[in-house]
Structures are given as structure tokens and as C-alpha cells.
Write a protein that binds this ligand. Structure first.
Ligand SMILES: Cc1cc2nc3c(=O)[nH]c(=O)nc-3n(C[C@H](O)[C@H](O)[C@H](O)COP(=O)(O)OP(=O)(O)OC[C@H]3O[C@@H](n4cnc5c(N)ncnc54)[C@H](O)[C@@H]3O)c2cc1C
Length: 401
């Protein structure tokens, strides 16, 4: 279960080689806003496509490499070694592409899905709203009403990523009246960014990052009108769709973060050997040994838990507890490992001579995106506690998970 399968190793090695030869040397060029880095990104994407390394985890019938999820995870770990890798290899559209593949009408598939996979961008996903604790999305205020055969969308969203490169936004809206149970009261509506009444209010800089993956926007919808069939999936299925998109996506994020952690770990351990104080390498100092040990323990245990979770999902289990657990574990793990590596490089670790400070800023928001840590901790604890409650408790049997 934990070994890289023989048939995956060659493609994983090719991805790693491409990362080392084509992406890492260009990280500086990609550490610029979209408008300034898109030419370089497009060139690198063409190279990845030419080498057959594009969108490897997307289903083949929508233009991807068709790798099975368990195999693709090992590739995604390699992609994650460099933060912009997900844009270069076209992997960052996977979650949205899978959602459209499953739920979009034939017309929407042709208009949105195939170009999304081919271009590597084009559709954004808008749930979070200003002024509302969006980690409890039952409170979302954006609504859509059917008027004369059209949806009229009104509200505000923020932190919608990559709208500057999107022709459409999938918008989570309340479509049903108050008496409908809240988890059936929201729908996902496809809104073209060219619609009258759609406004990009502002770009939200996150932790001072201005790289090719940045671009998170506040949006206003002022009576935006779209056709009645602009629904993604059935009416009232917003929560189900949102979960479908986020659940497996968290496993992909975790493998990518493991790729980041491996790179930071390599830097940490090399530095521990190369840097000397008082006539001895840092690696001989017990406080530094503790950094190596803690990093090893966090990476190794996170990796085993992620692969175990992937196996559960492969077996058809929703693995909700495990997915929430690894999201918390891996976001913290990559943050801590990068932090230790920065520490051991001293002043240099704070500069962009090394990739660590950028990795650190990306790692920090990992504990917020796709649900803050606290929500996942609560979900895990509540599910497990409930299994011990009631007249016929099942308990939580680790041996059967
Ligand atoms: C870089 C970046 C990209 C993003 N991209 C997108 C995107 O493309 N689309 C999109 O829709 N959203 C996106 N988001 C938004 C992100 O998903 C939300 O910020 C996140 O879900 C939290 O929602 P919130 O900001 O409303 O925080 P709130 O819900 O207000 O929570 C604030 C804090 O309260 C605490 N808290 C919340 N619930 C609990 C609880 N049950 N128990 C204890 N404490 C709790 C936590 O500390 C939490 O961080 C992005 C965010 C970032 C930073």
C-alpha cells in the first residue's frame, strides 16, 4: 500500500526530472503576478504537454492522463515539490474538472470543461463570503431567485481564487425558501464573468504573496441574470457538490504538501551537515537533531496516514474522519518542517535566496483553506465520540479502518 507501484515510478521520475530541470530554475520568474508570469507559465505548460506530463490525474476522456487516484497521488507528491508545479502541470483544475465531469450538462461540458482541462484555468469556485463565518456555510447570504425563466443572483463573495483568468464562476447560492432544510436549500450556479452586474471589487493580497498562484478576489453580484439551466447538478444540491469537490481534493493537497515538506527536509538536512559552529557541524548539535527527528516523524506519519486514507477512498469508503484528520495533520506538518528549515538557515532562511520563505507563506494559509483546522478537529472528534454513544455503540476500531 505504501510503496510507489512499479508502473508509476517511471512517470513519477519524469515529473521529478521536469520539476528540477524546467520549473525550479524558473521559480523566480513565476513569483510574479499572473499578468507578468503568464507568458513564462504558458511556455512551461507547452513543454510539460510535449513530454506527456499534462493533467495526469484528470480522466482521459476529458483530456487528462487518466491515472488512477492511488497512482496519481505519488505523481502529485512530485508535482508539489515546487509550489507553481500545480499550474505548470495543469493539476490545479482537477477538483473543479471532476465536479463538472460528473454534473455538467453536455453544453456546459463542451463550453467549460474541455477548455478548463486543456488551458489549465478558466473556472473559479465561489463559496466564501465577507461578513459571514463561511466555515459554517449554512449562513451564506448570496441568493438566486427564478424570475421569468432566469436565475437572478445577488450577493457578495470573497477569496474566490483565480477570477482574473476565469470565464466563469461556480457560485454557491441560496435558491430555496426558508422552510426547506438548510442542507437542501443551496444550489451551485454557473455565472459567466462577462455578465452585466458581475463586478470584481478587489484583489485580496494574501500574506504578501504575488506569484502565479495568487489572485484571490472579492466579487459583487448585482442582479446577475443567467439562464434557468445554468445550474450545476440538481437544484438544492449545493452542499453535496461542495463536499464532493472538497473531500478528495484535500487528499491531493496533502500529497502536494508532502512534496513541499520533502524539499524543505532536504534543505534542512543538507544545511545541518554543511554549516559548522564551534568546529562541529550543526547536525551534531542535539537541538538540531531534534529538528531533524521531529520533521522525520511528522512527514513519515503524515505520509502513511494520507496513503491509508487514499486506500479507504479507493475501497469506496467516504473516509470523512480520515480526510479531516490528514488535512489538519499535513497543513501543520508542512508548516512546521518549512519553519525548522528556515530557522536552521538563519538570516538567509528569511530571504528569497531560498524557496523556504515563499513555501512558508503558502503553508500558513493551508491551515485556513478548505476549512480551518478547528472545523476538521471538531468533525473528527464528534464522529468518533458519537460512535461510542447510544444504545448500540460501535466504537472506533482502528484495526478495521
Ligand atoms: C489563499 C486562499 C484561497 C482561498 N480560495 C477560496 C476559493 O477559491 N473559493 C472560496 O470559496 N473560498 C476560498 N478561500 C476561503 C477559505 O476557504 C475560507 O477563508 C475558510 O473556509 C474559512 O472561512 P472564513 O474565512 O469565513 O472563516 P470563519 O468561518 O469566520 O472562521 C474564522 C476562524 O474561526 C475559527 N472557527 C471557525 N469555526 C470554528 C469551530 N467550529 N470551532 C472553533 N473555532 C472555529 C477558526 O479559527 C477559523 O479560522 C480561500 C482562502 C485563502 C486564504
Amino acid at each position: 500500500m505504501f510503496q510507489i507501484p512499479d508502473h508509476v515510478r517511471p512517470v513519477r521520475d519524469r515529473v521529478l526530472r521536469f520539476v528540477d530541470e524546467h520549473v525550479i530554475p524558473h521559480e523566480r520568474g513565476l513569483d510574479r503576478p499572473w499578468a507578468e508570469s503568464v507568458t513564462l507559465l504558458t511556455e512551461l505548460r507547452e513543454r510539460a504537454k510535449a513530454q506527456g506530463l499534462w493533467a495526469l490525474g484528470h480522466p482521459a476522456e476529458i483530456g487528462g492522463g487518466g491515472m488512477a487516484m492511488r497512482d496519481y497521488l505519488f505523481v502529485n507528491e512530485a508535482v508539489g515539490r515546487t509550489e507553481p508545479g500545480q499550474a505548470v502541470f495543469g493539476t490545479n483544475t482537477l477538483q473543479t474538472a471532476l465536479l463538472l465531469h460528473k454534473h455538467a450538462s453536455p453544453a456546459t461540458r463542451a463550453e467549460l470543461l474541455l477548455p478548463l482541462v486543456e488551458r489549465g484555468h478558466g473556472v473559479s469556485f465561489a463559496v466564501t463570503e465577507p461578513g459571514v463565518a463561511s466555515s459554517d456555510p449554512t449562513q451564506l447570504q448570496t441568493r438566486a431567485d427564478l424570475v421569468d425563466g432566469e436565475w437572478v443572483v445577488t450577493g457578495r463573495k470573497w477569496f474566490t481564487s483565480w477570477v482574473d483568468r476565469s470565464s466563469h464562476v461556480l457560485v454557491m447560492c441560496r435558491t430555496e425558501p426558508e422552510h426547506v432544510p438548510v442542507h437542501q436549500a443551496f444550489s451551485m450556479i454557473v455565472v459567466p464573468t462577462s455578465s452585466p452586474g458581475f463586478t470584481v471589487v478587489r484583489d485580496l493580497p494574501v500574506l504578501g504573496l504575488h506569484d502565479v498562484l495568487s489572485g484571490h478576489f472579492e466579487l459583487a453580484f448585482d442582479q446577475v441574470r443567467v439562464p434557468a439551466d445554468a445550474l450545476l447538478g440538481p437544484r438544492g444540491a449545493g452542499f453535496t457538490l461542495s463536499q464532493e469537490r472538497l473531500g478528495p481534493g484535500r487528499i491531493y493537497h496533502c500529497m502536494r504538501w508532502l512534496g513541499q515538506a520533502q524539499r524543505a527536509f532536504d534543505l534542512l538536512c543538507r544545511r545541518a551537515n554543511d554549516r559548522h559552529t564551534g568546529g562541529r557541524p550543526l547536525a551534531d548539535r542535539q537541538l538540531v537533531q531534534k529538528m531533524v527527528f521531529d520533521s522525520y516523524l511528522q512527514i513519515q506519519s503524515a505520509r502513511l496516514m494520507v496513503l491509508h486514507t487514499a486506500e479507504l477512498v479507493d475501497r469506496g469508503d467516504q473516509a470523512r474522519v480520515e480526510i479531516s484528520a490528514i488535512k489538519v495533520q499535513c497543513a501543520q506538518m508542512v508548516h512546521d518542517v518549512v519553519d525548522r528549515a528556515m530557522q536552521i538557515y538563519g538570516g538567509e532562511g528569511m530571504t528569497n535566496d531560498l524557496p523556504l520563505e515563499s513555501m512558508y507563506r503558502h503553508a500558513r494559509y493551508g491551515r485556513i483553506v478548505d476549512g480551518p483546522d478547528e472545523v476538521h478537529v471538531q468533525r473528527v472528534a464528534r464522529s468518533i465520540s458519537r460512535s461510542y454513544a447510544g444504545d448500540t455503540p460501535t466504537g472506533w476500531d482502528f484495526a478495521t479502518r
